[in-house]
Design a protein around this ligand. Structure first.
Ligand code: G3H
Ligand code: ZN
Length: 288
């Protein structure tokens, strides 16, 4: 079917107390893995492209690949801009047919973040497209970061519930990515979610909440987060890990292999398994 926006999808998830998986679309095989698996599991799904992925594949290629795949299936599929730190990138994605945007002004001062986010919201809402924005700083694991050190950093930059209320009111955003205990790029799940903070932000802001850096949270933390108000869960690192690990295994077992399809095919299957597993944990299996 043709793309849907994230608005209805996340409202339903909020009502039904489950979360929609938002998986990063980095190349053709990963896009196929996400859409095929979601269709097999009857789960609504969000494919999201970061500015890096757009630079790598080209905006038109990302839209075209996701669109062709989405039109072959019956489940609702949305195409979302992930961490759009660039105002103009948001405009380009809106024009290219994305059905959900994210303005990420988390590195800006509060007032500047409000000002820029509001500009994106005004533009997107004129076209009935919803907008996600970030409050607090979710941050990224450095290659040499120790989990303990990373967790300390996370604690210092969490979203403040009263600010979340103000931010949502002033900007008119549809979903909030609040920093609540995760950090991007974790290869092991050591994050501890601040559940009372999530509950408070949900109660004050009323909007569906988005969990970023969710590769770093184990199943128990994820389930607690969903009960507290998380409705969209972003996963990138775990897919990258499974995909590239399988490529390494295939190349190691067949060092003379020169057919990329014989390397990328099994990698796609490995990506499908982790996506399937996440869909079950998020509770969105069978919701489409
Ligand atoms: O925006 C993307 C996500 O927050 C992915 O986080 O790479 O830690 O899974 P992750
Ligand atoms: Zn993120």
């Amino acid at each position: 079917m043709s793309f849907v926006t994230t608005k209805e999808m996340l409202k339903e998830a909020q009502k039904g107390r489950y979360a929609i998986g938002a998986f990063n679309a980095n190349n053709m095989e990963i896009i196929q893995a996400i859409i095929e698996t979601a269709e097999e599991e009857r789960a609504p799904v969000i494919l999201q492209a970061s500015q890096g992925a757009i630079k790598y594949a080209g905006l038109d290629m990302i839209v075209a690949m996701v669109k062709v795949m989405a039109e072959k299936v019956k489940i609702p599929v949305a195409l979302h801009l992930d961490h759009g730190t660039d105002y103009y990138q948001n405009i380009k994605c809106l024009r290219a047919g994305f059905t959900s945007l994210m303005y990420d002004g988390s590195k800006l001062a509060f007032d500047e973040n409000v000002k820029m986010t509001k500009k994106v919201v005004e533009m997107a809402h004129a076209c009935d497209i919803p907008v996600e924005a970030e409050l607090g700083q979710i941050g990224k694991m450095g290659d040499s970061d120790e989990p303990g050190v990373a967790l300390e950093k996370v604690k210092e930059s969490m979203a403040v519930p009263e600010e979340a209320l103000k931010f949502v009111k002033l900007t008119g955003i549809d979903f909030l990515a609040a920093a609540v205990g995760t950090i991007h790029g974790c290869r092991t799940p050591f994050a501890k979610l601040d559940i009372p903070r999530i509950e408070k932000i949900r109660e004050l802001s009323g909007v569906p909440l988005v969990l970023h850096g969710a590769s770093g949270a184990d199943d128990q933390e994820i389930r607690k987060g969903i009960s507290a108000g998380i409705c969209k869960i972003n996963i990138d690192t775990r897919i990258r890990m499974e995909f590239s690990q399988k490529m390494r295994e295939v190349i190691k077992a067949n060092p003379q292999e020169i057919d990329p399809r014989k390397i990328l095919g099994p990698a796609k299957e490995a990506a499908k398994e982790i996506i399937r597993d996440r869909i079950k944990v998020f509770g969105c299996k069978g919701k489409a």
